[in-house]
Design a binder for this molecule. Sequence first.
Ligand code: BYC
Length: 313
Amino acid sequence: MENAKKLEAFQAKIDADIKIEPKDWMPEKYRRTLIRQISQHAHSEVIGMQPEGNWLTRAPSLRSKKILMAKIQDEAGHGLYLYCAAETLGIKREQFLEWLHEGKAKYSSVFNYPTLTWADIGAIGWLVDGAAIVNQVSLQGTSYGPYSRAMVKICMEESFHQRQGYEIMVTLANGTKEQKEMAQDALNRWWWPSIMMFGPHDADSAHSNQSLKWKIKRESNDELRQKFIDKTVEQGEHIGLSFPDPDLKWNKSSGHYEYGKINWNEFWNVVKGYGPGNKKRLAHHKDAHEEGSWVRQGAIAYAKKKRSIQKTA
Ligand code: BYC
């Protein structure tokens, strides 16, 4: 009875668009859903640095190298804001990393594809960050205060990332025949993985109904995917690129693009750990984590020492 009343009051707060803060009462399932989604979001930001890092030493100019370096550093920062937001739910960061290393926590499927050419860096910024922005603008309105505030800051930086990628694609699409082919090839390989980022169709999405009711998610997977497709197709056509989907066509009466069948076997295969880069990405993360342990130990020792000096002063 007590719990039913609390649940009712909780839902009333959500319905009135009042943010839920860390010390507020919340149903255990709400807390667990947030822990799962926010920590997976954080892992995606951090693992997402790897495909781009692959091109840092081979960027074609000092300018493009500086921009790419700044972008990758931003992704690390996004991971940190998100781990902090997830920690407000009572779980330590070490635990999130343990779950990631044990394969219990996911990260976005899209980061398991390789970056074969410089054009892939353009495609990631334009398409992957472009898809992430659509999702994250919506998540600014999420019901959990710390997640929502992290999203506001992250979105400001993501729009610069999307432009960084599109600028590379524009340059290549207006370049030599070989450069245009490189841009087209990158679009061909990144288009489907990018639209898979939004997750399964609504009818097959295990968590959507409850997450929408609790306003953890503000729009469904398919609604967000459609928004991304509608805005991105025009950007691609504007620079003379074509999309690898023969069924992609404008539907005048609905005001949206129709698109072909998504290969869900490929998606689930990647999500389950069998994509082209899963093993490499995780192994690299584990190695980097181990190699960085002396930095963490040093930082903890320094903080302890500083606290004890402050106490005795
Ligand atoms: N990849 O019921 P559903 C970036 C899983 S990084 C892997 O629809 P939900 C960037 C899902 O977890 C930004 N798994 O789930 C960084 C669930 O499995 P579990 C990344 C996926 O949570 C560097 C199952 O499928 N953005 O911008 O309601 C460089 C059923 O799905 C995926 C985020 O992380 C996937 N794509 O909705 C460049 C956004 N999709 O957990 C750029 C935050 C689904 O039950 N997350 N699954 O085992 C979300 O908005 C939601 O969690 C999702 C899925 C829309 C992804």
